[in-house]
Design a protein around this ligand. Structure first.
Ligand code: AP5
Ligand code: MG
Length: 218
């Protein structure tokens, strides 16, 4: 049976950082809804043009287009053994849609780690984040600097700062998370899937706690 892991947490808490590491360790595909949207924006697809109007304001892209994009992605062969979902689902409607999708793949959500950190830490991390253009590898000028400034350690491509990391957009993204994504925490807790992870710890320790949660709950 395939394994599906859903990472929940506010902007900047470390979902992408940890999903990359979990993907390396488990061999499961890393599916980031934000990265899929950014790829579409880069390629100027119709979906990308639509998503950009929401993302630039820090708002959520409508459920129907987001659900269709993820459904398409999960049907690809690299997800046959399951996936690590980073940033999806983000609303109760998306969670219900995910359950329906996974039935067609004969799977279910195994575990939902909720990574937790206070708001001032999120703001500080996002103001220092640098992302690689080629593959979305993530760095931080204070907590996780690249070896050579402005270059990705892993593929040498240019590092850039995301448009939605401007302070007013970050404020809106955190607000949207509190309003629209926190209901998911109750949903998954009620389903017995939620495991709380302290996101204030060093990156390695967070990975260790996540691997432990996967082992005991998968
Ligand atoms: P998305 O790209 O998913 O952004 P997000 O959820 O706001 O989260 P981030 O990517 O900003 O943070 P992260 O938790 O991945 O942290 P990271 O590892 O980078 O979504 C963007 C937009 O797309 C949304 O606003 C929305 O418009 C749209 N969208 C996406 N999914 C959608 C959906 N399902 N429905 C509708 N719309 C959707 O780490 C942050 C920084 O901290 C880095 O610099 C990193 O190096 C550093 N760091 C990480 N861990 C640590 C640590 N333990 N200690 C110190 N520093 C750390
Ligand atoms: Mg991310």
């Amino acid at each position: 049976m395939p394994t599906y892991i859903v990472l929940i947490g506010p902007p900047g808490v470390g979902k992408g950082t940890q999903a990359n590491r979990l993907s390396e360790r488990t061999g499961l595909a890393h599916i980031s809804s934000g990265d899929l949207f950014r790829e579409n924006i880069k390629n100027q697809t119709d979906l990308g043009k639509l998503a950009q109007t929401y993302m630039s304001k820090g708002d959520l892209v409508p459920d129907d287009v987001t659900i269709a994009m993820i459904k398409d992605r999960l049907a690809r062969p690299d997800c046959e053994t399951g996936a690590i979902l980073d940033g999806f689902p983000r609303t109760p409607a998306q969670a219900t849609a995910l359950e329906e999708m996974l039935q067609t793949f004969h799977g279910r959500v195994n575990v939902v780690p909720q990574i937790i950190a206070p708001r001032d830490e999120l703001i500080s991390r996002l103001s220092g984040r640098w992302t690689c253009r080629e593959s979305g590898h993530i760095f931080n000028e204070k907590t996780n600097p690249p070896k050579i400034a402005s270059r990705c350690d892993l593929d040498g491509s240019e590092l850039y700062q995301r448009d939605d990391d401007k302070s007013e957009t970050v404020t809106r993204r955190i607000e949207v998370y509190m309003e629209q994504t926190t209901p998911l925490i109750k949903y998954y807790r009620d389903h017995g899937k939620l495991v709380e992870i302290n996101g204030l710890q060093a990156i390695d320790q967070v990975t260790q706690d996540l691997m432990e949660a996967l082992k005991t709950r998968s």
